[in-house]
Design a protein around this ligand. Structure first.
Ligand code: C2E
Ligand code: MG
Ligand code: MG
Length: 401
């Protein structure tokens, strides 16, 4: 019986922080520690930036006994890798996560085994530092499910399974000022699937460019239709952009061509970005935002306060709007910290000259608290759930200026 353990440590981060020479030394030290845990006929390999594979062999035929041996080895490895690593006189923290797979008599390709070890490692990572997970049947089931769903998702556009819903955005006079487009996927096998689930899946399987492109095209077509309707002409449409979609080198061109093809007015389009996409190369982010703003598109920062919350980018980027995350809105009336955070975001936004909108407003009490602290734009179930295009048109007629 053999097993493969995948260990991930923070060498990559060390590369960023200390330069490549120290990053290399870090990796050498990690490799030496791993080698000290295995016998001469066993294997240690580095297969990615900060990923290692350890292959143990001849563990015996008794399942329980070999499992116990593997467990002891994993614990030894994790404990060795969690002690600080000294580089040029300075101690650096180190930690690892391990995904473990018992190979046994199962006939599986090396590729599949590594993929499964990888999955177990990600589950371990999600549980915190210095942890391990064994690959198990439940993980296999969720992997199969994901693969199936991934295939379905790739066909969702041609299969006419996608559509956009629109959730009204409300201004200081409690009139409708626009909407946020929210993607819906109705699959014949799975039923309605939440975008919170399938948008990250699309990112993982490299489908986000097509999916995001479709959302942009459809949003622009809708916006262009609004410009022909008397009471909808002035409304703005906010479109969610996922981090990986924004990172595409031709992202700005995609937006421009969707606008051009539909004839939608750029000054009615607003893009919702999230904080996580701003941590990368700020110069590139800035260049993209500037190009969008040049043609009149507005930029909003979604889920504000839940991401990295570096105030540095707020200073450097020319945004138009901050969107207070719904978790703060939910807690505002019952939790002093939630209230303080909401108040701080409003003050911060306004002092930087940005509009501030609250999402997830469900009660009148929440709306009144927001008005008290100076937040004068709202979105939430209190006004309307996300609704199909023709329902939004009626809503807008009822709540127009
Ligand atoms: P988000 O952009 O923060 O969207 C707000 C989410 O909160 C939506 O969930 C909306 O239905 C929900 N919501 C609105 N008002 C309320 C309220 O009063 N109470 C509560 N509890 N929830 C409220 P949804 O539609 O399930 O979307 C979830 C997330 O999926 C979105 O979060 C967004 O990040 C992503 N998403 C949706 N559509 C797209 C899309 O077209 N492209 C991309 N990249 N992401 C999308
Ligand atoms: Mg949003
Ligand atoms: Mg949000």
């Amino acid at each position: 019986m053999q097993w493969t353990g995948k260990l991930s440590n923070c060498a990559a981060k060390h590369n960023d922080a200390f330069g490549h020479q120290q990053g290399d030394q870090f990796l050498i030290e990690v490799s030496q520690r791993l080698l000290s845990c295995v016998r001469a006929d066993e294997t240690v390999a580095r297969i990615g930036g900060d990923e290692f594979v350890v292959l143990l062999r001849n563990l015996g035929s008794d399942h329980a006994l070999s499992g116990a041996r593997v467990l002891a080895a994993v614990q030894r490895i994790l404990s060795l890798l969690s002690s600080p690593i000294e580089l040029q006189g300075t101690a650096h923290d180190s930690s690892a996560s391990a995904g473990v797979i018992l190979i046994g008599d199962r006939q599986a390709s090396a590729e599949v085994l590594l993929q499964n070890a990888d999955l177990a490692m990600y589950q371990a990572k999600a549980q915190g530092k210095d942890t391990y997970r064994f690959f198990d049947a439940q993980m296999q089931a969720s992997l199969d499910e994901r693969l199936l769903m991934a295939n379905e998702l790739r066909q969702a556009i041609q299969g006419n399974q996608l559509n956009l819903h629109f959730q009204p955005q409300i201004d200081a006079n409690l009139k409708v000022s626009g909407a946020e487009a929210l993607l819906r996927w109705k699959n014949p096998t799975y039923g309605n699937i939440s975008p919170g689930l399938f948008v990250p899946l699309a990112e993982r399987i490299g489908f986000i460019k097509q999916l995001g492109g479709w959302v942009l095209e459809q949003s622009c077509i809708e916006l262009s239709r609004w410009s022909q309707v008397e009471h909808m002409r002035e409304l703005k449409l906010a479109v969610n952009i996922s981090p990986m979609q924004f990172q595409q080198p031709d992202f700005t061109e995609t937006v421009l061509s969707a606008l051009k093809a539909s004839g939608a007015p750029p000054e009615r389009l607003k893009l919702e970005l999230t904080e996580s996409m701003l941590v990368n190369d700020l110069t590139d982010v800035n260049r993209k935002i500037a190009a969008l703003k040049d043609i009149g598109i507005a930029v909003s920062l979604d889920d504000f306060g839940t991401g990295y919350s570096s105030l540095n980018y707020l200073k450097r980027l020319s945004l138009d709007q901050l969107k207070i995350d719904q978790s703060f809105v939910r807690d505002m009336l019952t939790d002093a910290h939630g209230a303080a955070i909401a108040r701080t975001i409003v003050t911060l936004g306004h002092s930087l000259g940005l509009e501030v909108i609250a999402e997830g407003v469900e009660t009148l009490g929440q709306q009144e608290f927001l008005q008290d602290i100076g937040c004068l734009a709202f979105q939430g179930y209190l006004y309307s759930r996300p609704i199909p295009a023709h329902d939004f048109e009626s809503f807008a007629r009822l709540h127009m200026h």
